[in-house]
Design a protein around this ligand. Structure first.
Ligand code: FES
Length: 106
């Protein structure tokens, strides 16, 4: 169990609890974090789970896969540390991580 802090575009913070192995998208949806729709259910096919990981945490989220890279390349507001939340499985090392949400999703 750990916590992930999601920060909306207007700086509203949502502190959530997670069990290791859940994806960032699932954690956001389970906690009704606004702006994370997860329309495709985590299949890396919709891009509605775009998140921007804080610089200092980005390496802990692992590698961006090919399918994810393709989706991110079409994502407005893409940043250097962008991830699709459904492609990031949480680990204990992510306890306390902060994740910024974009103003708009695809
Ligand atoms: S939930 Fe659809 S791409 Fe992540």
């Amino acid at each position: 169990m750990g916590k992930i802090i999601f920060i909306e575009h207007d700086s509203t913070e949502h502190v959530t609890q997670f069990d290791e192995g859940a994806t960032l998208m699932q954690i956001a949806v389970d906690n009704a974090v606004p702006g994370i729709d997860g329309d495709c259910g985590g299949e890396c096919a919709c891009g509605t789970c775009h998140m921007i990981v804080s610089d200092e945490w980005f390496e802990k989220t692992g590698k961006v896969g090919d399918a994810e890279e393709q989706m991110l390349s079409m994502t407005p507001e893409r940043a250097r540390t962008s991830r699709l939340g459904c492609q990031v499985q949480t680990t204990k090392a992510m306890d306390g991580m902060t994740v910024q949400l974009p103003e708009f999703q695809m």
